[in-house]
Design a protein around this ligand. Structure first.
Ligand code: PLP
Length: 382
């Protein structure tokens, strides 16, 4: 009998798994499921990016690259970050196979056994798992009472943090709420970070998907330059989830340490994918990004109208493509019932530290979204 490491025993398989298993079983029976549980854009990758990936393969970009990523891409990313007010150069960036790997490297570079990490709930599921894998201890601040906004919850955050706090993870626009935090909220985080000398991971992966607001990069605020890890990626902005491409930017000393984890685990991100990423960043992709954003915005508005018609009070965020809808206290049972009876797949809020809610993704056509609401109403779930 093999004995497994404590670290894997500390984490649970993802709570979304139960839902997707159920979903597959029902689909195998020939039942039509409206799947609003997925966290990926429902658009093809823009064609210019696909062509650039193919061209890069044809041009022979199929070997290892330098571990932290090809210089052209790191330079383009440094320029983009600098445009956002984050003082960045190409040496302070690691290009990773997906933003998730960047997060994993950052957390494992910063967190030792017992180190305190603060999450703002509801929070994306993988933060908790990664902190636990690293041996860190979680301290969670619930923003549910504040319509998921951070600004009104700043006092709660101030209560929660102390000189013991090692790291706070901020995700704006947020998965699962869609909330985009105000500048005042981010400045509040900055003030606490300076006071208690903690680091902040700013997960900005939904930065290009916002509606009428310009998200501020936390690392651009005075006092944050030496304590911010900016995490971003190509999955959501350019509908490139399967390509696996992301990056982290951080102070040079952190990047030098994280590079060890990176080179000894993944070696480098896929060569031709990095070349495709370079094309994605060019202005040739802007129209596609605008079209996707516009489609998301229309769906969001349509859904919030539908929920209002049915007197469901849903806090509507200004970014990403998710909403948290209030459901029964037992959100796991609600989600299982919703899929079994109404044939609509959603994710229980408790997976994100927000029991009593279900997350829906509106990365689906307007027709399917309407169908989902109709079915939920018809079966008494709304
Ligand atoms: N951060 C957040 C908040 C996400 O929702 C996701 C994907 O679901 C990621 C990071 C990581 O995405 P990827 O690894 O595809 O870049």
């Amino acid at each position: 009998n093999m004995e497994f490491a404590d670290r894997v025993g500390r984490v649970e398989p993802s709570a979304t798994l139960a839902i997707s298993n159920l979903s597959s079983e029902l689909e195998a029976e020939g039942i039509d499921i409206v799947d609003l549980s997925v966290g990926e854009p429902d658009f093809p990758t823009p064609q210019n990016i696909i062509e650039a990936g193919k061209d890069a393969m044809d041009a022979g970009h199929t070997g290892y690259t330098s571990s932290n990523g090809i210089l052209e891409l790191r330079e383009a990313l440094a320029e983009k970050l600098t445009d956002q007010g984050v003082d960045a150069n190409s040496d302070e960036i690691i290009v990773t196979p997906g933003g998730k790997q960047g997060l994993y490297e950052a957390i494992n570079t910063l967190i030792d056994d017992g180190d305190e990490v603060v999450l703002l709930d509801p929070a994306w599921v993988s933060y908790e798992a990664m902190v636990k894998l690293a041996g860190g201890s979680l301290n969670r601040v619930d923003l549910s009472p504040y319509g998921f906004q951070l600004e009104p919850g700043l006092d709660d955050l101030a209560e929660a943090v102390s000189d013991e706090t090692e790291l706070v993870i901020v995700n704006s626009p947020s998965n699962p709420t869609g909330a985009v935090y105000s500048d005042e909220a981010l400045e509040g985080v900055r003030d606490l970070a300076v006071e208690h000398d903690f680091a902040v991971i700013s997960d900005e992966i939904y930065e290009r998907i916002t509606y009428g607001v310009e998200p501020t990069s936390l690392g651009s605020l005075d006092g944050m330059e030496d304590r911010t890890i900016t995490l971003n990626g190509f999955s959501k902005a350019f509908s490139m989830t399967g390509w696996r491409l992301g990056y982290i930017h951080a102070p040079q000393d952190l990047i030098d340490e994280a590079s060890k984890l990176h080179s000894h685990s993944v070696s480098c991100a896929v060569n031709f994918v990095q070349h495709a990423g370079l094309e994605a960043l060019s202005e040739r992709t802007d129209d596609s990004v605008d079209e996707m954003r516009e489609a998301f915005r229309e769906r969001r508005d349509m859904l919030s109208d539908l929920f209002a018609e049915h007197d469901v009070d849903v806090p509507v965020g200004d970014g990403a493509f998710y909403m948290m809808i209030p459901v029964d206290d037992d959100d796991q049972a609600w989600c299982e019932g919703a899929i079994q009876e109404a044939h609509v797949a959603t994710v229980p809020g408790s997976a994100f530290g927000a029991p009593g809610y279900a997350r829906i993704s509106y990365a689906a056509s307007e027709e399917r979204l309407r169908e989902a609401v109709d079915r939920l109403v018809e079966h008494g779930y709304l």
